[in-house]
Ligand binder design. Structure first.
Ligand code: SAM
Length: 290
């Protein structure tokens, strides 16, 4: 296996110039140019020689080279056709990598994991395109992709949202969804100068370790997530009004008031005050009413 050659500004610029590559803003292209950050990501992802890794958005293949050296197999899904000949070049000699030129949101990742890893859990590692962070992460969880962990670079603010609890301004549907499926842990904050071109926002690497069993029990998971979405859709409203106004739910205002009271909360409580455990209890109460 070859050693990684990319990850510093000089070699990245050389590759970009060789192929006259033009950055596409619409694809959220900010390439990593810091080997310390790359080492940190690989270490945090705990990649071993038995692991099958899915990389979303390999770019010119910088992190892909590092992953290839650590893993058994790497599947890299890249949307930008212009990057494919570059990847063929930079990943030449890294024989355990398969590049797929697709929009990751259109790929059936559960099927891919079945085909490439016999249905055994995979690890996802990526410097994500920030414009689709939430649909990518929620898609992986909700479609029940067999997963060990997700270790990704995201916008700093989004990393914060994933790991905060009730009563904070960043707490919301994303926090609850992530914390239902996984244990979040911020590995490192990463400043804009570690990327080319520099993003306008700060970034962070977050590791989400998939629970084998969710930390709370709920009879109807889908109903709980409908309730969570409705609770945060109208942040300034009370929980009762938020649930009453939701097109996704069909309970009367009286039923909602009764459910919130049975939960042991006053009718003026806001959704942002409830813990995951309380949302699970509330969903169970509504399941009984239904
Ligand atoms: N991994 C590279 C690195 O760290 O230098 C590039 C990371 S860059 C932030 C995001 C990458 O995701 C880009 O290569 C971009 O073209 C790709 N991308 C954007 N949208 C995508 C999509 N829907 N499906 C697959 N790849 C996508």
């Amino acid at each position: 296996m070859k050693e990684p050659t990319l990850g510093n500004p000089q070699n990245t610029i050389a590759v970009l110039q060789k192929y006259h590559f033009v950055f596409q803003k619409k694809f959220g292209q900010n390439f990593l140019i810091d080997t310390h950050v790359l080492d940190k990501i690989i270490r945090a992802a705990e990649i071993g020689s038995d692991d099958c890794v899915l990389e979303i958005g390999p770019g010119i293949g910088t992190m892909t080279q590092y992953l290839a050296c650590a893993a058994k197999k790497v599947i890299a899904v890249e949307i930008d056709r212009a990057l494919i000949p570059i990847l063929e070049d930079t990943l030449d000699g890294f024989d355990n990598v398969r590049v797929i030129n697709e929009d990751v949101l259109k790929v059936d990742i559960a099927e891919l994991a079945e085909k490439e890893n016999g249905g055994k859990p995979i690890k996802v590692v990526a410097n994500l395109p920030y414009y689709i962070t939430t649909p990518i992460i929620m898609g992986l969880f909700e479609n029940h992709v067999p997963l060990k962990s997700i270790t990704v670079m995201v916008q700093k603010e989004v990393a914060d949202r994933m790991q905060v609890g009730p009563g904070t301004k960043d707490y919301g549907a994303l926090s609850l969804a992530v914390q239902y499926y996984a244990k979040p842990y911020i590995v490192a904050n990463v400043p804009p100068n570690c990327f080319m071109p520099r993003p306008k926002v700060g970034s962070a690497v977050i590791r989400l370790e998939r629970y084998e069993e969710p930390p709370v029990r709920v009879r109807d998971e889908k109903l709980m997530f409908r309730i969570i979405r409705a609770s945060f859709n109208q942040r300034r409203k009370t929980l009762v009004n938020g649930l009453n106004n939701s097109p996704e739910l069909n309970f009367t205002k009286e039923q909602i008031g009764e459910a919130v009271t049975r939960l042991g909360r006053g009718v003026s409580v806001r959704g942002e005050a409830l813990s995951l455990q309380e949302f699970a209890q509330l969903a169970d109460i509504f399941s009984e009413i239904q």
